[in-house]
Ligand binder design. Sequence first.
Ligand SMILES: O=Nc1c(NC[C@H](O)[C@H](O)[C@H](O)CO)[nH]c(=O)[nH]c1=O
Length: 192
Amino acid sequence: MSLKGPSPQHHEGSALRIAIVHARWNETIIEPLVAGAKEKLLACGVKESNIVVQSCPGSWELPIAVQRLFSASQIQNTATGGPSATDLLASSTTDLTSLPGSSASSAGAFDAIIAVGVLIKGETMHFEYIAESTCQGLMRVQLDTGVPVILGVLTVLNDEQAKARAGVEGKGHNHGEDWGLAAVEMGVKRKE
Ligand SMILES: O=Nc1c(NC[C@H](O)[C@H](O)[C@H](O)CO)[nH]c(=O)[nH]c1=O
């Protein structure tokens, strides 16, 4: 067993509704990552009709693209004693069918969201600023809503590292699969 990666658990996802929100930069890496995540969602019993896939321009936009899945009233920090995110989301009036690229058949709560982006270091400090802000933003959205947001943002130093983490060209391991499994586990545990 690899030194890295979580020890495997099996969770049944047939009752879950999951969103995958992905950036469109470095799409030759994004595509296998999203496919790997979706493959594991389906393998865990998540219904195809309960998987909503949306995109945004780049990783910088991921936090707001994830947050807009919730209406303003749902962006509550449950630590303040407000209604739980579950209660709020259950009454969600978000019309997902109006969102671009949405395959949602109806509005409804998400049990987990996977945010997918690929940041590849260039010559400038742009990479560092986007990576830090995007990760902090995604952490804030999940804590504000109580809905797990799986961090599917690769922050790599070169194309080879990106390919190895998407399992392309027969190299490495597709991390998208790990994110799909994490989404099912966290979605199930959130309903417990
Ligand atoms: O710069 N490199 C990258 C990038 N820049 C665009 C940024 O996310 C945003 O979309 C624009 O700045 C507009 O707001 N976005 C990525 O996902 N990966 C990169 O490697």
